[in-house]
Design a protein around this ligand. Structure first.
Ligand SMILES: [Zn+2]
Length: 278
């Protein structure tokens, strides 16, 4: 499943290819993804210029010149492809549900075998009030995410901090992997009561969240450069995690003498060091 760093990498790749360009042609090959596509979806994209592309949580938002925004979510298995003029497939590929051709000749595809991804067109001035966005907390890489605000958001919360950080109202777009990594780096137990993460603990947690995301985005960016080919697929890259998926291996940079432990919280795996994280 693409996490925030992957979505950010996709956004940057799409922005480089699409910003300032017009969508010369668009094709939707089925009426629905996870949800129905809006009426006349392809026709409404055709002819529009892309003003800018920005991520919010794990949503890709493509701002069009007619005041509408193409919102894309990659779901579980969605990915975007970018092909230089003439380099892409002549016909849509298997599981490719949406294809856009830009005035530059660049071909943008949306491929999603499992179809948990979705797309919609939302008026730009209605974006903030839309149910997908209205309740979202601050962006973890934005100025709105800081220790004071985080402490306030966690005040009175009787859930484990792990669960609280996955709550999109507390901070937007964080997933299981990066919550585990950030808690490890900040030395905070995933089982700790969320309400007690305030003051100095919040001051350790905020930069840890930023660091794990920024490192992964940097890795994704270098992946893009390493694979800078005329034909490119965006969406997934492998990143080295310190605790995630490392049950039973020695704790990195930890003198606990133990190993990374896995527990299940809220039906999801949590990886942590019980000695280092309190
Ligand atoms: Zn340890």
């Amino acid at each position: 499943m693409p996490e925030l760093p992957e979505v950010e990498t996709v956004c940057r790749g799409l922005a480089a290819a699409m910003q300032g360009h017009r969508i010369a042609a668009a094709e939707a090959r089925r009426p629905d993804l996870r949800f129905p596509l809006p009426a006349d979806f392809a026709a409404r994209l055709a002819g529009r210029r892309v003003d800018r592309i920005a991520r919010r949580a794990k949503y890709i938002r493509v701002f069009l010149d007619d005041g509408w925004v193409l919102v894309v979510h990659l779901g579980m298995s969605g990915r975007m492809t970018i092909d230089a003029p003439g380099a892409g497939p002549a016909e849509p590929t298997r599981h490719e549900h949406v294809v856009m051709t830009l005035d530059s000749g660049v071909r943008i595809g949306f491929v999603d075998p499992r179809r948990f991804g979705f797309m919609d067109l939302i008026a730009a001035d209605a974006l903030d009030a839309h149910p997908w966005f209205a309740q979202l907390g601050p962006e973890p890489l934005g100025n709105g995410f800081d220790p004071v605000g985080l402490s306030a958001a966690l005040r009175g919360r009787r859930t484990p901090i792990k669960a609280a950080l996955l709550d999109q109202r507390v901070v937007a777009g964080l997933g299981n992997i990066y919550v585990c990594e950030a808690l490890f780096r900040s030395g905070i137990s995933p089982r700790r009561l969320a309400a007690t993460v305030a003051g100095r603990r919040a001051e350790r947690l905020v930069p840890a969240v930023r660091a794990v995301l920024e490192e992964a985005i940097a890795a994704g960016g270098s992946t893009l450069r390493d694979h800078a080919q005329p034909s490119g697929e965006l969406g997934y890259f492998q990143h080295d995690f310190r605790v995630y998926g490392r049950e039973g291996t020695p704790c990195p940079g930890c003198d606990c003498g133990g190993a990374v432990r896995r527990i299940v919280q809220g039906g999801r795996s949590t990886f942590y060091c019980p000695a280092r994280q309190r």
